[in-house]
Design a protein around this ligand. Structure first.
Ligand code: IMP
Length: 181
């Protein structure tokens, strides 16, 4: 697949170190607490599966699916496609994201879960594009901040492709061929 890639931004071994660091932080901060980890589908699945295996305390996991993107652009309107199954009232919730871009999705999710009465709510995102924010939103745990570019791999897609790349990359023009937005 490398012919589709313009540039590798974060290598597989850098991602591994990043996940270990985040896992150590969570182990420190959540020891002894009742924790529900909620992955935001679908981009977070690769990161979440690596992250939870770093944790040395019992966790429940759940998923929520929201839509806001078409092609490479955020529509700004967030809709729930699939909600969580767990009651998070009184529990410590960690929302797991692949990347925070405009912040619109996360802003919506933070409000949604805050209204459900968790004991605490924090966000852990693999990647962050702080220069792209349209709304200020808290991200308590960030794996790696990156410049403003559309990236794929490690769970992130371009029109549902490239999620399986084990590294984070900027897509080349070949990678977008035949995939009109
Ligand atoms: P936001 O609402 O603009 O912060 O975007 C949130 C979601 O958009 C992320 O969880 C990703 O699924 C998707 N997204 C944002 N930037 C990228 C990117 O560079 N590549 C792939 N998906 C992205």
């Amino acid at each position: 697949m490398s012919k589709y890639i313009a540039e590798t931004l974060i290598t597989e071994s850098e991602i591994k170190a990043m996940v270990e660091r985040l896992g150590a932080q969570l182990n420190h901060d959540y020891a002894g607490k009742q924790v529900v980890i909620i992955g935001v589908l679908r981009g977070s699945v690769v990161f979440m599966s690596d992250l939870i295996r770093q944790l040395d305390f019992p966790v429940e996991i759940d998923f929520i699916s929201v839509s806001s993107y078409q092609g490479t652009k955020s529509t700004g309107v967030v809709k729930i496609v699939k909600d969580t199954d767990h009651d998070v009232t009184g529990k410590h919730v960690i929302l797991v994201e692949d990347i925070v871009d405009t912040g619109l999705t996360l802003n919506y999710l933070r409000e949604l879960f805050t209204d459900r009465g968790p004991a605490s709510l924090r966000v852990c995102s693999a990647f962050d594009k702080p220069d792209c924010r349209q709304v200020a939103v808290a991200v308590e745990y960030v794996g790696q901040a990156i410049p403003n570019a559309f990236v794929v791999g490690y769970g992130l897609d371009y029109q549902q492709r490239y999620r399986n790349l084990p590294y984070l990359a900027v897509l080349g023009d070949d990678g977008k061929e035949g995939q009109d937005e």
